[in-house]
Design a protein around this ligand. Structure first.
Ligand code: AMP
Length: 170
């Protein structure tokens, strides 16, 4: 029987030299272990108090929608720009190399006041910080981040002013 930790595979120098890429999608081939993970991610106090989940393009959607189903919470999405129809809010942020942006639909945000962010992996924290700034600019409350994996050496949680719950910290 495989353990959760065994299912986080490391690919050296992907997608660029010097990056140890953690492949978190192997778990999808082990539905019983995936289910355990989703139960753990969903049994969180700050999730209970949130009106909605927001998940982040693209692997965050896989974990976010499973947590949304398990916890019976509505979910909205933060997507790469140009993907969402209607009026959106967009913010740019720095990656290790270059820049990226994320957009959220204004009409989706309007319905909820408090959010928990769900993503696959916390690295430098730039991506989650971008989402939290988009929400905070609209006076939305962020109760926490729930992530499958946290790369603790990169100290991403230091960028965030809300609690972080990671299931695996490596
Ligand atoms: P960051 O903004 O640095 O916290 O990185 C955020 C996103 O980039 C994560 O949600 C991952 O999807 C991806 N990412 C960053 N670093 C890695 C890594 N070493 N392995 C796998 N995915 C990563």
């Amino acid at each position: 029987m495989k353990k959760l930790e065994d299912l986080i595979l490391t690919y050296k120098n992907f997608p660029k030299d010097g990056i140890d890429f953690k492949d978190v999608l192997e778990i999808l081939q082990y539905p019983d272990i995936f289910k355990d993970l989703i139960l753990k991610m969903s049994s969180n106090k700050f999730l209970k108090d949130a009106e909605a989940i927001i998940s982040i393009d693209a692997r965050g959607f896989i974990f976010g929608s499973a947590v949304a189903l398990e916890s019976s919470k509505p979910m909205v999405v933060a997507r790469k720009p140009g993907k969402l129809p209607g009026k959106t809010l967009t913010r740019e942020y720095d990656l290790e190399y270059g820049k990226n942006s994320l957009s959220i639909q204004i009409n989706a945000l309007k319905k909820f006041n408090s959010f928990v962010i769900v993503d696959d992996l916390l690295a430098t924290g730039g991506t989650v910080n971008c989402v939290s700034r988009l929400l905070q600019d609209q006076r939305k409350e962020i109760l926490g981040l729930i992530t499958f994996v946290e790369l603790k050496k990169l100290n991403g949680r230091m960028k965030l002013d809300f609690p972080v719950e990671s299931i695996i910290s490596i």
